[in-house]
Design a protein around this ligand. Sequence first.
Ligand code: MTE
Length: 320
Amino acid sequence: MIFFRKKASWEIPESEVTDYKVYQNRRQFLNNSLAIGLAAALPSTSYAISNDQVESLTNLEKSSFSSDEKQTPFESITTYNNFYEFGTSKESPSLYATEFPDRTKPWNITIDGECDKPGTYDYHELIKPFALEERIYRMRCVEGWSMVIPWVGFPLADLIKQAQPNSKAKYVEFTTLLDPEQMPGQNRRVLDWPYVEGLRIDEAMNPLTLLSVGLYGKELLGQSGAPIRLVVPWKYGFKGIKSIVRIRFVEKMPMTAWMKANAGEYGFYSNVNPNVDHPRWSQAKERRIGEFLKRKTLMFNGYSEQVADLYAGMDLKRYF
Ligand code: MTE
């Protein structure tokens, strides 16, 4: 990843990081104060989050895969992001993705390639048949920070079963929207747009692999990858491609955006592995956002029981 030295949210004292309820109340307070002209008297922490424009997601099943660790505050999850389509700094996505996606335009998702039921679907129609669950997952970024996020979504396996991949489907390739008008970062050649990611078909079918449409019981905000993004908790965060418009079944390993940018640093598998360092830094420890001391990174981000079998016999130094 490209590094820019800006103040990170884990550098904000814990006392300043609010939880979701407090945040909502403050939002209400901000709205009220703005209405009566007190804006100038407020501290400069009035984040440009358009939380009011998203819907609540109710009647969620609680998944048994959930972690019971302390959840990262909503405010940190939605203001400390990587979404290069909106700029390369951590705060850019929360500042510039507030109107994304343009909700006056339909959001279509194409499912194609090696499957028996290809098609292009309206996002809302596509997700309708699937029961949404809450999954609280540990997430580990390759840059060395981690969060605990209460995602809302459904297993990618459910959608794959519906698409009926054929025997040639060895991998699944995912593509983000290409639209430099809505995503100004695509006017800069930071990556070879559109952002592309991929999984081996058995990784994609693993029950932990989620298509997420929300977090903290609300639809995703633009910066988190609205309307739908991938979540693969045992892999580094960059596998979690945002704002997906295409899911394609393929025979050959897809070339991902990060492999194109630097194949020596970002491999296809990108499993969290404290024993295999990134060429430029160690992966042994991580800083949980909101905590001061680093903690040890766990193999497969602590999900070995569910996923270690997928890599039995593989040299994980070679297939990093
Ligand atoms: N998806 C797209 N389309 N563009 C991106 O720049 N960044 C990735 C991943 N998905 C990215 C993306 C990286 S590097 C990380 S760490 C995670 O999104 C960050 O997700 P978060 O901002 O929700 O924490």
